[in-house]
Design a binder for this molecule. Structure first.
Ligand SMILES: Cc1cc2nc3c(=O)[nH]c(=O)nc-3n(C[C@H](O)[C@H](O)[C@H](O)COP(=O)(O)OP(=O)(O)OC[C@H]3O[C@@H](n4cnc5c(N)ncnc54)[C@H](O)[C@@H]3O)c2cc1C
Length: 397
């Protein structure tokens, strides 16, 4: 039975970052993951799962050494963010307004994970257990006992970063509140007739928004992009069953003209859920990232919230170590939840308001939301305060 300060379950983007930040504090860390990320080659097709990485997340990834790999591999910066409603209002946010060079980067999830793993392999105080899976978790003694498929580990702290269906959460008896949105999302990678773009935009419709995220590089047609199409689950299932040529015709009919011509390269669909753990902490277990909170991807904030969790935990433990406290004490760990819960809840509630506000058929609701968008766009005082504050918050600044 090997002993660790921390055992992190889940080596995805959030778990791998957390393992690195905990190791930076001098702790002995075990990272447990089911699957090894595939290595990168420049000829590889884009992954379907991509994330809009905020400036704050980029800073954290630079701190742990992963961002440098991403810059050498593949990512696409964006400077502008457009939000509108079909046939009516449109507002655009610009990095210049908050004195930044860009608002974020679109990065493939797998490359982010791979970059983190390359840094993990350099550190002697992180032990990777992969492929391994959590089988049981015992918190009845003063140490947590973590049973994996092939090994048994003990730890002062177990970090659950094992995603939306977290086994750590279930095995610790932590309940959740949540529901399934009456929407699914289809992710579609395309070649576009426009060369690499510096804008990401989202256009709302009563059935759900459609969105464009730019991808890096030059294609035979021009550039690349990732499209997100939100709709009722039945409609997404119908679209997913179409050939790439048929899907292209549907996209051209339903996306705004500014998309230009496209060719579909790859597609996949995901149900949308909202989950919030009733507590982020139970005895020697802490939850981070999607294990603690799963939100609608509409504002591209899911993994960015997870990275904020990682920073908060590193900060809480660092302060405890500096202050001579037992960093794994429940009272110390409770400070992590205090630092993160309300921020996560605020983002989840904003996503709910967006979902309800834009899917509501009432002309009154439609009038109010158009008025709000118009006011933000046209009234200079609102423009420079609300707009810039919202933008800075979305960038994690
Ligand atoms: C359609 C869609 C689009 C999105 N777009 C964005 C975006 O633009 N920006 C953004 O910020 N967020 C986005 N998100 C959300 C984002 O993908 C998630 O918030 C993010 O993946 C959460 O990271 P995580 O590391 O917490 O969990 P995960 O990515 O789910 O990783 C969990 C890891 O744990 C491992 N694991 C699970 N169980 C076990 C076990 N028992 N034992 C060992 N290992 C285990 C898994 O293999 C996995 O590697 C999007 C989500 C969806 C569905």
């Amino acid at each position: 039975m090997e002993h660790f300060d921390c055992v992190v379950i889940g080596g995805g983007m959030v778990g791998a970052t957390s393992a690195l930040t905990l190791a930076q504090l001098g702790l002995k860390v075990a990272l447990v993951e089911k699957f090894t990320p595939k290595l990168f080659t420049a000829e590889q097709a884009f992954d379907l799962r991509v994330s809009a990485i905020s400036i704050a997340s980029e800073n954290l990834l630079t701190q742990v050494g992963a961002w440098q790999h991403i810059q050498q591999w593949r990512s696409c910066p964006y400077k502008r963010l457009g939000v509108g409603e079909s046939g009516s209002t449109y507002t655009e946010f610009n990095a210049k307004d908050i004195e930044q060079r860009h608002l974020g980067h679109i990065v493939e999830n797998r490359l982010l994970q791979l970059a983190l793993w390359q840094e993990i392999e350099k550190l002697e105080n992180i032990h990777l257990f992969c492929p391994e899976s959590l089988e049981a978790l015992d918190q009845t003694t003063d140490k947590a006992i973590v049973t994996l498929t092939n090994s048994i580990l003990t730890a002062k702290l177990v970090v659950g970063a094992d995603g939306a269906q977290s086994k750590v959460r279930q095995m610790s008896g932590i309940g959740i509140t949540g529901w399934d949105y009456k929407q699914s999302a289809m992710l579609i990678n395309v070649e576009t007739s426009l060369a690499q773009q510096d804008i990401t935009w989202q256009q709302f419709a009563p059935t759900g928004p459609v969105a464009f995220l730019p991808l890096a590089g030059t294609s035979d047609l021009g550039g690349y992009g990732s499209l997100v199409w939100y709709h009722q689950p039945d409609e997404i299932a119908r679209l997913a069953a179409l050939s790439n040529i048929q899907l292209k015709q549907e996209i051209l009919k339903n996306f705004p003209e500014k998309l230009g011509d496209i060719n579909v390269i790859a597609k996949g669909s995901f149900p949308l859920t909202r989950r919030h753990a009733n507590t982020y902490q139970h005895k020697r277990v802490l939850l981070l990232g999607d294990a603690a909170h799963t939100i609608s991807p509409m504002a591209g904030q899911g993994v960015n919230l997870g990275f904020k969790d990682v920073l908060a935990l590193q900060h809480v433990i660092a302060e405890a170590i500096d202050g001579g406290e037992a960093w794994y004490d429940e009272q110390v760990l409770a400070r992590y939840e205090k630092a993160r819960r309300s921020d996560n809840l605020l983002m989840m509630s904003t996503m709910d308001a967006l979902y309800l506000g834009f899917s509501h058929p009432s002309p009154v609701v439609k009038g109010l939301r158009n008025l709000a968008l118009l006011a933000i766009n046209k009234v200079p005082v609102l423009n420079s305060t609300i707009k810039n504050k919202a933008l800075a918050y979305a960038c994690g600044l």
